[in-house]
Design a protein. Structure first.
Length: 250
């Protein structure tokens, strides 16, 4: 499986893209109970991959957030430029570590997750999202610097190997999944020999163009997830979401 060098998050060029807006809503709906269940008061939060900013706005009201990304373009004052493979923080430094669409960029994944576990305080929470299903691999994954895609079981196994206790594991974007699956199959049939897009040549991965009508359709289909995720885990979807805890008392 060939890969290109990681060109940076597409959100750098498209922060208002419909998928980022919906993902932020669904992540909060799925994971807020894990954060609010932490009793340590003002939380210390490490936001890995924080150049992908549209997904974590809801976390910023929960405590003191430190952003970190290997790509400095999306960082702000007080954030840290660095790699998830070697976190520049002391052990047991954070109540919460969030890594939304980050771990698929890390190889080996076990090293990145071991670092997450190391910097978490006992009782601290790890929040993770990753792209789903290896059969959905296309050139889009390569241009995004991915090493793999996940099933829910594979994501749970990776987090468990890091010594974390999984509290919730679900798929997400079930409502838009038929559109996603059809698009990925189309890409696999048509992308051979496709040229690099202007955005990719400029150092930022490209996103599928979506008109206003299709955007309204996709956002509307996502209401299925909004209704269900508050009450139950979903059996399929284009993302996997995990909430886990480090053993021990806060």
């Amino acid at each position: 499986m060939s890969r290109v060098s990681d060109p940076g998050s597409p959100s750098l060029a498209n922060p208002d893209y419909w998928w980022y807006r919906v993902r932020s809503e669904l992540l909060e709906l799925t994971l807020r109970d894990a954060v609010e269940g932490n009793q340590s008061g003002q939380l210390s939060i490490l936001d890995l991959g924080s150049a992908d900013g549209p997904s974590v706005g809801w976390l910023r009201t929960r405590g003191h957030r430190v952003g970190m990304d290997v790509d400095p373009r999306g960082l702000h004052a007080g954030d840290v430029c660095g790699s998830a493979m070697d976190l520049p923080f002391g052990s047991a430094s954070f109540d919460v570590v969030a890594a939304f669409d980050v771990i698929e960029h890390c190889d080996p994944e076990d090293r990145a997750l071991a670092e997450v576990s190391r910097v978490l305080k006992p009782g601290g929470k790890f929040l993770m999202s990753v792209p789903a299903y290896q059969w959905a691999w296309t050139a889009h994954d390569e241009h995004n610097g991915h090493h793999r895609r996940y099933t829910r079981n594979r994501a749970v196994a990776a987090v468990t190997r890091a010594g974390l206790d999984v509290e919730r594991a679900t798929y997400m974007f079930a409502g838009t999944f038929p559109v996603f699956a059809a698009d990925r199959l189309r890409r696999r049939l048509t992308e051979r020999g496709a040229r690099t897009t202007p955005a990719e040549a400029a150092g930022v991965a490209d996103l599928p163009e979506v008109g206003p009508t299709v955007e309204r359709l996709l956002s509307g289909l996502s209401s299925i997830d909004r209704r269900l995720l508050a009450r139950r885990n979903l059996p399929f979807g284009s993302s996997v979401v995990i909430a886990a805890a480090k053993p021990g008392r806060p």
